[in-house]
Design a binder for this molecule. Sequence first.
Ligand SMILES: [Zn+2]
Length: 335
Amino acid sequence: MNESIPCPICARSNAVLTYSNINGFIAFECPCCGKCRSMNIDLQLNQSERLALSLFIATHQTGNWDPKFGPMVKTHDDAIAMIQGIEPPRNAIEQMNAVLNAVGELAPNFGQRTHAYNDFEWATFSMSVDPSVMQTVFRELMRLSYLNVESLQTNSGLKYTASLTAEGWERIGNTKKDTASKTAFVAMWFDKELDPIWNDAFKPVLSDLGWKPERIDKEHFTNRIDDEILRRINNCGLLIADFTGARHGVYFEAGYALGQGKPVIWTCNESWRTKMQTEYIPNGTNDPSIKEQGWMDTLHFDTKTYPHLTWSDAADLKQKLEDRLSALGLDLRGK
Ligand SMILES: [Zn+2]
């Protein structure tokens, strides 16, 4: 089967349909996005969501999914969860910054060149709507001395390799400081019961105090601390770790953020105790004595010394978190 369809992810180019069945399952390969699978040819995405999702798919070709078909984007909600924290450029200046950031990530050492990529691939990495503008963007970035670009004629067409100049590195350093330091990464258990905590406490408090709240959905990063998570923690200005459910990933992410010198706020649910005793036994142990312990006592020994903010419900957490952030000078309003 080699039918061509407009790419259901990016709509920038045509994708080759590699598989489809009567239940609506499709697999396709797009020159911008790479391989992808979906249950739905219309994911109801707006243009910036498409660009963000295309970047996500292209940079997650390997992972927990079948390498033959690439990542699975079942529904609109899946797509939205995948692109949290990825923001496409809104104007020409942001577009140029996006290209510089992409080069910085693809060739992170000074003087290093990226691999050679074609217009489609560069459009994906820098979240450009139109691959045909890439040459113009490159030219402009070279004129401004931010970028060195070389074009190569290859068997599969014209490709470009790029490296950042000292001015380019300085520029992305400055733009990153502005946006990244205002991102608050929330590490928590992705249990449905905790949805109100995210929706009615973490998200509104952080937004109200001038932060950009961000979390990564478990579904797409099952039990795996991957480069994407580390990258996002590297780029955040604050990490909030909620230990409800005692997830190993949360301990790791909190520890990693501490090591990076980020401020970390420790929270956990006080009424989780009952649940813990009846349903959730920490670390999968069958030792009955562990059920005698209260929730706080089940926290891992070396984090107990950190002041945990214990909460009863979303409203309680909202209030306490706001107080704690203010007390620590982490209210960004007016900053
Ligand atoms: Zn595409």
